[in-house]
Design a protein around this ligand. Sequence first.
Ligand code: CUA
Length: 334
Amino acid sequence: MKHSRAAVLLACCTSACSGFDRQSAVDPAGPQAESIEHLFVFMVVIAVVVYIAVIGATIAIIRRRKATDEDPRSPSREASAARAIKLAIGVVVPVLFVLLVYDFSVGRSVNAMTNTPMLTVELTGHRWWWEVQYEDPIPQNRVRTANEMHIPVGRPVNVKLASHDVIHSFWVPNLAGKKDLIPGHVNEVIIQADKPGVYRAQCAEFCGAQHANMSMMVVAESPERFSKWIASQRQVPAPPVDTLAARGQTVFEGGQCAMCHAVASTRAAASIGPDLTHVASRLTIAAGTLKNTTANLGGWIVDPQGIKPGVDMPSNALSPTDLRALLAYLRTLQ
Ligand code: CUA
């Protein structure tokens, strides 16, 4: 894969710097993003040519005017200006038309349906996290997760976009363009990754205080690994055998956690916050804000407002033993 200098530079500037993810519109990893990158490069080239032409014309006009101002036979300033305007319109309008046609054709092609059977994922935006559900004709095969979307490489994925509250926008720069998540309306965007990797998605529509911390990981993996992942997500976690983790489950079900979160086959079945059935298998917590480590998870449970001010999750004043038990339990949710 060719990596242009601009791609490398922009990839460095725009990545979340968390080390394992990529986020760059000029480093496409799929056909949709590739055609958008071609459009971008084409527009930049045209813009540079137009810029150079404008600067060149300005210099030429200034020089000519100096010479003609002293010549009584030269045409008037008004006549020269009218001629320049006609010339500019004659050049600018066709150029804009070409850009417009190219832009429309890319817009149509990235949304064109393909013959390959598509995987359909329902993505719902919440302030400030992403709810991810995999459609399946068999209800118990549906998979529900949060802030992380796994997709098989080489296969188009139809992402149905909805919002629980305000307008959000789904953007995985390496895979596709932006598409809004609008309350009361379902939008669709097709994404496809041809190379395995972790691609960072970002909410691209200002949606409140923690808009910048509303990100998601799109994990593109081989079809075999993807099938394994889906199968593991369908599994109901076994009850903890470890006594500390078992105590943690009691803390989880009996405390504040269960009021907002769900874990399959437990008494926790709320859907206000992310489903935590397989939370330990995820790369990040708090919608891409922190890496999913035990220390980060502990800090997040105790003081979410310190990490993401304004988030719905309240602080949890747990005793050190209860916190340790809760963390031990959450770690079992693979
Ligand atoms: Cu959601 Cu910005």
